[in-house]
Design a protein around this ligand. Structure first.
Ligand code: G3H
Ligand code: ZN
Length: 286
């Protein structure tokens, strides 16, 4: 069923696993991720950025497609459709109106008081509709869609500010930027685990780890043990898909039927997602 993230994340935090957010880029992603979740018996979060939403011709198209696939597959596991890095109240409202079950309001580029005010406004609307809300403090580095954060601008969240934001907004989960990066890492990631522990103790709600691509398993496990109950993955699925398409088209330069290269690359996405679900410990939890 389509549900908000609230319950699945609280269960994950309680039982020491994380639910993956896997981003959608087109229909093959929705197919691959929903199939993976059902096979693994894992709860799942389908992440949709504003850019990806536009690419798929709008949030309503995304919701209709996901609902139709779930009906077709007879999906039994909990599925959330979540706006990833929502940039404004209007974007969140649009997603909620279209049937998203969860939204992120990312006001992390704004001063703390403005972030709190905007996040509260989104929470107020979302909770009326049973929709969960994620907020962010500090700045995740790297690039996702049109959101580019230079190394110098990437910032670690300050624990006391995290406590204030969570207490004053009533968000359902919270993403403190602690050194993770969107897209591939340059060298080993350097996550601020001490601060993560502090933020966990001060906020006591499920934490979110962005930039899940390229984080070593030991760091994933440590983040989960420090309250991270949601881990976002996008780039790794994209790389798996692109590699497969490249391999097939290189092998067979005369091939033109999209089903013959997008089909196998869909399986590559699915394999990637299954691997993450096992690593995050969410398999067999639905
Ligand atoms: O919000 C989406 C994620 O944080 C994805 O990060 O593309 O590095 O896996 P990633
Ligand atoms: Zn992110």
């Amino acid at each position: 069923p389509l549900v908000s993230m609230k319950e699945m994340l609280e269960k994950g935090k309680e039982n020491g696993y994380a639910v993956g957010q896997f981003n959608l880029n087109n229909m093959e992603y929705a197919q691959a991720i929903l199939q993976a979740a059902e096979e693994e018996k894992s709860p799942v979060i389908l992440g949709v950025s504003e850019g990806a939403g536009k690419y798929m011709d709008g949030f309503k198209v995304v919701v209709s497609m996901v609902k139709a696939l779930m009906e077709e597959y007879g999906t039994t596991v909990p599925v959330a459709i979540h706006l990833d890095h929502g940039s404004s109240f209007e974007a969140c409202a649009k997603a909620i109106q279209a049937g998203f079950t969860s939204v992120m309001i990312d006001a992390s580029s704004q001063p703390l008081d403005d972030n709190i005010q905007l996040t509260s406004k989104v929470v107020e609307l979302a909770h009326i509709h049973g929709v969960s809300v994620e907020a962010e403090l500090g700045r995740v580095g790297g690039q996702e869609d049109d959101i580019i954060v230079e190394d110098a601008e990437a910032a670690y969240a300050i624990p006391a500010e995290c406590e204030r934001l969570v207490n004053e907004t009533n968000v359902d989960c919270f993403a403190p930027a602690l050194g993770s990066v969107h897209g591939p890492y340059k060298g080993e990631p350097n996550l601020g685990f001490d601060r993560m522990e502090e933020v966990m103790n001060l906020t006591n709600i499920p934490l979110v780890l962005h930039g899940g691509t390229g984080i070593p398993t030991k760091d994933i496990k440590r983040a989960i043990s420090l309250g991270s109950a949601k881990i976002n993955v996008n780039t790794e699925s994209q790389i798996a898909q692109a590699n497969k398409v490249r391999e097939i088209l290189n092998d067979k330069p005369d091939l033109y039927d999209p089903r013959k290269y997008l089909g196998p690359s869909r399986d590559a996405i699915k394999e990637t997602v299954i691997g993450k679900m096992r690593e995050f410990g969410s398999s067999k939890q639905a």
